[in-house]
Design a protein around this ligand. Structure first.
Ligand SMILES: [Zn+2]
Length: 400
C-alpha cells in the first residue's frame, strides 16, 4: 500500500487545526512547547503560527513570559478579536447573541416571530442580526449559527424534518445566507450546544461525552472519540423518543410512551393539571416550588419523571460508555426532587458500577442555547472550514 499523499495546503490546514486545538485546551504556550505537545517540526510551527498571527487569530502574551531575557513569548488564541452570532429558534421568538471566540456574550437580543414560516424566521433573524451588529466596532464577524429542534442536514444547511414546526426539506441555511449575507451554519440545537461544550465548556477535556437537555423536549447529543456523532442522516441522539412506557402516553412525535412524554416541561405541567384540575400550575417552576414545600402530589410526579430520566441516562451510559454526561436545558429548573431521583435511578441501572461516569447538572443562563449555536461558527472557524454556501470572503467587517 502506498501512503496517501497529502498536499502542502492540506498539511498546513491540518497543522493549523492541531495547533489551535492544543492552545484552546491548554491556554497560551511558547512555540517550543507547542512543538513538544503537537509533535510538529519547529519549521511547521513557525510557518503556521506566522499565518495565524497575521490573521489575528493568535496573539503574543509577553506578560506571561518568565522574566528572563531569552525566554520565549507564549502564543495564545485571540478570542476577543472576532465575533460570531448565535441564534436559537423557539416557538414564538428567536433568541440571539453576539459572542467572541470563547463564546462570551457581547450583546444579546430577542425578536418575536411575526410568522413561523421559513420566510418569517429569516425575516426575524435579519432583525436580530441588525440589532446585534448596530454597535460600532472593528472586530470581524465570522458568521452566524442557528440551532433548532429537528432533523438537520448540517452539511447543506437543510432542515430535513421538524415535527415541531411542521417543516420538511427547508433549506434554511442557504435562505439565511442569501438574505443576511454572512456565512451560515445550522444544526440541531442540542448538537450545537454539545459543540460549544466541547470547544470551550465543561467538556473541553472530555473525548467521549453526552449532553442531555430538558425543556420543551428532551434531547441528547453524543460526542464520541472527540467527534459529534450525528448518524448518517443526522438522526442520532433522540433520547427523548426512546421507549419509557409501553403503550404509554401519546408523544408529540405521534408515538406512545416516549421518555419526553413524561419528562419534558410542558408534559410535566399538563400531566399535573390533568390529575389535579383543582389547583392548576402554569410553569414547571411552579411544580418545583410545590415539591420543595413538600406537596406530595408534585413530589410523586417529579420523582417518577426523574426515575424515568435516570433510567434513560443509564441506557445511554450502558451503550456508549461516556466519561461525562452533562444534563442541561431550561428544564433543569424543575429542581432537586426530580434531579435526585434521576441520579439514584442512573446509578441503579448503570451496568458497570465500578467505572464512574460524571453526571453533571449544568444550570443554564438565558443565552445558553444561542451561545451553543454561536459555537457552530467558532468550531468551523477554528477548523478553517468554509460555510456550506461558497463565500467570496469569510469575513465581514463590523466597522460602521
Ligand atoms: Zn416521541
Amino acid at each position: 500500500m502506498h501512503p496517501r499523499k497529502v498536499d502542502q495546503g492540506t498539511a498546513r490546514a491540518m497543522n493549523r487545526r492541531l495547533i489551535l486545538d492544543e492552545l484552546r485546551r491548554t491556554g497560551p504556550l511558547s512555540r517550543t512547547r507547542i512543538a513538544e505537545r503537537t509533535k510538529l517540526s519547529p519549521a511547521s510551527i513557525t510557518i503556521v503560527t506566522g499565518d495565524l498571527l497575521a490573521e489575528g487569530l493568535l496573539v503574543e502574551h509577553p506578560e506571561l513570559a518568565r522574566h528572563l531575557p531569552r525566554n520565549p513569548v507564549p502564543l495564545g488564541i485571540n478570542y476577543a478579536g472576532h465575533r460570531a452570532i448565535g441564534m436559537k429558534l423557539l416557538d414564538h421568538e428567536i433568541q440571539a447573541v453576539l459572542t467572541d471566540l470563547a463564546l462570551n456574550v457581547v450583546a444579546h437580543t430577542r425578536v418575536e416571530l411575526r410568522s413561523s414560516s421559513p420566510e418569517g424566521v429569516v425575516e426575524a433573524a435579519q432583525r436580530a442580526k441588525e440589532q446585534l451588529t448596530a454597535a460600532p466596532g472593528k472586530t470581524k464577524l465570522i458568521g452566524l449559527g442557528l440551532g433548532l429542534a429537528g432533523l438537520i442536514d448540517s452539511e447543506h444547511g437543510v432542515c430535513v424534518a421538524s415535527h415541531r414546526s411542521g417543516w420538511q426539506g427547508v433549506p434554511l441555511g442557504p435562505m439565511l445566507r442569501a438574505r443576511l449575507a454572512v456565512p451560515v451554519w445550522i444544526d440541531n440545537d442540542v448538537n450545537a450546544f454539545a459543540t460549544a461544550e466541547r470547544l470551550v465548556g465543561r467538556a473541553r477535556h472530555a473525548t467521549n461525552f453526552a449532553v442531555v437537555t430538558l425543556g420543551r423536549g428532551v434531547g441528547a447529543a453524543l460526542v464520541l472519540g472527540g467527534q459529534l456523532y450525528r448518524g448518517p442522516r443526522g438522526g442520532a441522539g433522540e433520547l427523548g423518543h426512546t421507549l419509557s412506557e409501553r403503550n404509554g402516553r401519546l408523544c408529540e412525535c405521534g408515538m406512545r410512551g416516549c421518555l419526553e412524554a413524561y419528562v419534558s416541561s410542558p408534559n410535566l405541567v399538563a400531566h399535573f393539571n390533568a390529575c389535579y384540575p383543582e389547583g392548576p400550575v402554569t410553569r414547571v417552576e411552579d411544580l418545583a416550588d410545590l415539591a420543595a414545600h413538600g406537596d406530595a402530589r408534585a413530589v410523586v410526579l417529579l420523582e417518577s419523571a426523574g426515575e424515568r430520566l435516570g433510567e434513560g441516562l443509564a441506557d445511554l451510559a450502558n451503550m456508549f460508555d461516556p466519561d461525562l454526561i452533562l444534563v442541561g436545558g431550561e428544564g433543569v429548573v424543575v429542581g432537586e426532587v426530580l434531579l435526585e431521583a434521576m441520579r439514584r435511578a442512573f446509578v441503579g441501572r448503570k451496568l458497570t458500577k465500578t467505572v464512574p461516569v460524571d453526571l453533571v447538572v449544568d444550570i443554564w443562563g438565558d443565552d445558553a442555547w444561542a451561545c451553543g449555536a454561536a459555537g457552530l461558527v467558532v468550531e468551523h472557524f477554528f477548523e478553517g472550514v468554509a460555510a456550506p454556501v461558497d463565500e467570496p470572503s469569510r469575513f465581514l467587517e463590523l466597522e460602521q
